[in-house]
Design a protein around this ligand. Structure first.
Ligand SMILES: [Zn+2]
Length: 301
């Protein structure tokens, strides 16, 4: 069995602007590092319930609101210090890690891929999520950072493991020096998956079965009207039985550990996006009608 995840208490930073940012205990202690995971609270979006901090250019929200929200979020993160440029990704659920070398110009358009690493100072790497796992990594010895987007497909493609590998190969990072933060995402409590997902994980990971648990469906309609759902099928053959739930947090924590990141250097947010609809956007929890949050990391220098 894998070691149980060390879930540390989240610091929820409340700001004067009404925006709430979740910060990782480990990254907060590192000098010269700015980071944060946005929530839905505050902001200028009228969509998704109004006064929301939607940071993604979705079809239901206006571009101006999103740009205003992004400015407010970044101002909240970096305070009165010099402006930083935000680098985002056009996320495609891949294992593709983009490398931003010191000689490279900072892109003004989103880069296609699901991870980005750099040694640039005053650049914020941003990952957009609404259930998927945002992972931020910092190496202060090599002044390198990385940000990764891991849904179930990206997790199967080992985006986080590849990301650490790229940091080693390109920036000579020692995994023992890396500090990682796994931000708010959908937890296993709310993440029922089908056989095709289980099969993909089994094909890739020797520990796949440890990532799934059986959860009995707590559908309130079924609980209230059980007779409606009685079937004539033999026990174990009805579709009311347990569903398999995937633990994406543990899957990505395992990838960090396998890549050599010390367990004590990994922080995990305790919030499940689907359980905390008051605080967070959840694609699944809101049946597809949701804004996007952002996990951001940068080195100030
Ligand atoms: Zn949940």
């Amino acid at each position: 069995m894998p070691p149980t995840a060390t879930i540390r208490k989240t610091t929820l930073r409340r700001s004067g602007s009404g925006i709430q940012i979740i910060q990782a205990a480990n990254l907060s202690k590192l000098p010269g590092v700015v980071h944060g995971f946005s929530t839905r609270v505050g902001g200028f979006s009228q969509a998704y319930g109004g006064c929301q901090l939607n940071l993604g250019f979705t079809s239901s929200d206006g571009r101006q609101s999103v740009e205003r929200n992004r400015r407010a979020f970044i101002r909240e993160l970096i305070g009165k210090r010099d402006a930083c440029q935000l680098v985002t990704l056009r996320q495609i659920h891949s294992g593709l890690v983009r490398i931003l070398k010191s000689k490279d110009r900072i892109p003004t358009h989103p880069l296609r891929g699901d991870g980005v690493i750099t040694r640039h100072k005053n650049v914020l790497l941003g990952i957009q999520v609404a259930d998927c796992v945002p992972v931020l990594i910092v190496d202060l010895k090599r002044d390198a950072i990385g940000a990764f987007h891991a849904g179930w497909r990206g997790t199967v493609k080992r985006i986080v493991e590849r990301g650490v590998g790229s940091m080693r190969a390109v920036f000579a990072c020692d995994p023992a020096d890396l500090h990682a933060a796994i931000g708010p995402c959908i937890h296993s409590c709310c993440y029922a998956v089908g056989d095709e997902v289980i099969d993909e994980f089994r094909s890739q990971f020797s520990y796949a079965d440890e990532l799934f648990s059986e959860v009995y469906d707590r559908d309130p309609i079924k609980e209230k009207y059980p007779l409606l759902f009685l079937t004539a099928r033999a026990p174990g053959h009805s579709n009311i039985g347990p569903q398999k739930h995937l633990d994406l947090v543990e899957a990505n924590r395992r990838q960090l550990l396998d890549a050599g990141v010390p367990e004590s250097n990994i922080w995990v947010a305790e919030e499940c996006t689907s359980c905390r609809a008051d605080l967070l956007f959840s694609h699944r929890g809101e049946a597809g009608y949701s804004g996007r949050m952002m996990g951001v990391v940068g080195l100030i220098g």
